[in-house]
Design a protein around this ligand. Structure first.
Ligand SMILES: Nc1nc2c(ncn2[C@@H]2O[C@H](COP(=O)(O)OP(=O)(O)OP(=O)(O)O)[C@@H](O)[C@H]2O)c(=O)[nH]1
Ligand SMILES: [Mg+2]
Length: 432
């Protein structure tokens, strides 16, 4: 395929398959990633292997084949579907004489193209610099056709030729700036908590339909696209529910299998919204063959950021693609999660979701009876701050015996923050 625009880069993609079983889905996802980065796939080469070669990742014969194809087809870039070590990347570039990008470099490039907010840009730059710092030693002079474009885009661009020390300095600076943003975020979050506005965060695999659902529920106009990582920066909107209760809904970056660890680290600030949420709406593409695998991947990231105890509403989205599917609500396998089948596109089943959200919010707020030791003064003060205390008496040991009303999830979190074991504190109403 001839590319029409001079900006579009011609990519030769190399798909190395260690697993075979997941091959089809993983391959098409890889192609989708490359296309989402705005590249033209001119050729794909598959390479089944048992384990990666230490020097070239693929075998010598395969590397020769790639070199020949890249030359013949005039490729601008060669992209691998796996992470490469800095040495492998360098060796491959020496061999092929064309820029080589690995899966992480590719995802980082998409992120750099999408980042709009100050915070988003900082986060991407941090991840790029961390990725880069291990690669700086190789230099860039071994490539003849060096130009901009993929892997050289975004905030990290000017840093390419500087040395490690400077990069380290820059990383420190960005971390300081991100710290500031994070503090600001914490402040507004505390304010929201005080106002008792529950926060509900949309999470899910990339392209599952989070932004489409967000727009449906809020009337907002967040960009949606049949593209991986269409959304990068988080968006928050206040929504009034039928009962008159306000909630805050957040839309954010999607997840993908083997999300680079550095990336999750740099996106901590954004993902904190997820950890601190009162409810997660986990959006799932019902249409997808690898549905369960994707659900597991998302739950893995949720665990990684410490949000595994937040109650989930599982939304099975895009039911309009199947005539036999109808909108419905059911209990999920893992209580207290519920599952709702709907279509964000047609709006069918949206009323069930609204109802489910209200149900979940009501259900979660219930009385707890606590027997607090004298060392739990701070926890007690926080419970008062939240307006959760119904009754409060001293116990015989100088501590307190209390009745409080709040969400189980919030209580768990407060106890965790105070390093107290909730099971040791809970008591029965009869003892009260
Ligand atoms: N048929 C159908 N398509 C849908 C539905 N919901 C979303 N889509 C399509 O799915 C694609 C992805 O939708 P988005 O809302 O951008 O997905 P996202 O989860 O925000 O994706 P990222 O931001 O890239 O992580 C778009 O082409 C939508 O039009 C639905 O209910 N039915
Ligand atoms: Mg989106």
């Amino acid at each position: 395929m001839e590319s029409k625009s001079a900006d579009i880069q011609r990519a030769l993609i190399v798909y190395v398959d260690f697993y075979k079983s997941t091959a089809d889905d993983a391959f098409s996802e890889f192609v989708q990633l490359v296309v989402s980065a705005g590249l033209d796939v001119i050729c794909s080469i598959k390479a089944p292997r048992q384990f990666p070669d230490a020097q070239l990742f693929v075998g010598k014969g395969k590397a020769d084949e790639i070199t020949q194809q890249a030359e013949e087809l005039n490729a601008d870039v060669v992209i691998f579907n796996h992470p490469l070590t800095p040495a492998q990347e360098r060796n491959l570039e020496n061999h092929i004489k064309v820029r080589v990008i690995d899966r992480i470099g590719l995802i980082l490039d998409i992120f750099a193209q999408r980042a709009r907010s100050y915070e988003g840009k900082l986060q991407v730059e941090l991840a790029q610099l961390q990725h880069l710092s291990t690669r700086l030693i190789r230099g860039w002079t071994h490539l003849e056709r060096q130009k901009g474009g993929i892997g050289l885009r975004g905030p990290g661009e000017t840093q390419l030729e500087t040395d490690r020390r400077l990069v380290g300095f820059r990383i420190k600076l960005i971390n300081q700036r991100l710290d500031k943003v994070r503090k600001q975020r914490n402040l507004s979050r505390q304010q929201r908590k005080k106002n008792d506005v529950p926060v509900i965060s949309l999470v899910g695999y990339t392209n599952a339909g989070k932004s489409t659902l967000f727009n449906r529920l809020t009337g907002a106009n967040v960009r949606t696209a049949n593209q991986l990582f269409a959304t990068l920066d988080p968006t928050l909107r206040r929504v009034e529910m039928d009962s008159g209760r306000n909630i805050i809904l957040t839309d954010t970056v999607g997840f993908i299998r083997d999300l680079p660890h550095d990336l999750v680290e740099s996106f901590q600030a954004t993902l904190e919204e997820v950890r601190e949420a009162d409810i997660l709406i986990h959006v799932i593409d019902v249409d997808h063959e690898q549905r369960q695998q994707r659900i597991d991947e998302v739950n893995k990231v949720i665990e990684l950021i410490g949000a595994e105890n937040v109650p989930q509403i599982e939304v099975y989205n895009k039911i309009d693609k199947y005539s036999e599917q109808t909108a419905r609500i059911e209990m999920a396998d893992n209580y207290p999660h519920i599952r709702i089948w709907l279509s964000s596109q047609t709006g069918e089943g949206l009323d069930l979701l609204r109802e489910g959200i209200e149900q979940q919010l009501r259900q979660d707020r219930k009385p707890h009876f606590l027997n607090l030791p004298v060392t739990a003064g701070q926890l007690r003060a926080k419970l008062f701050d939240l307006g959760a205390v119904r009754q409060d008496d001293e116990n015989e040991k100088g501590g307190w015996i209390m009745e409080v009303e709040l969400e189980q999830f919030r209580l768990n979190k407060l106890c965790e923050e105070a390093s107290l074991d909730i099971t040791q504190l809970q008591t029965l109403p009869a003892h009260y």
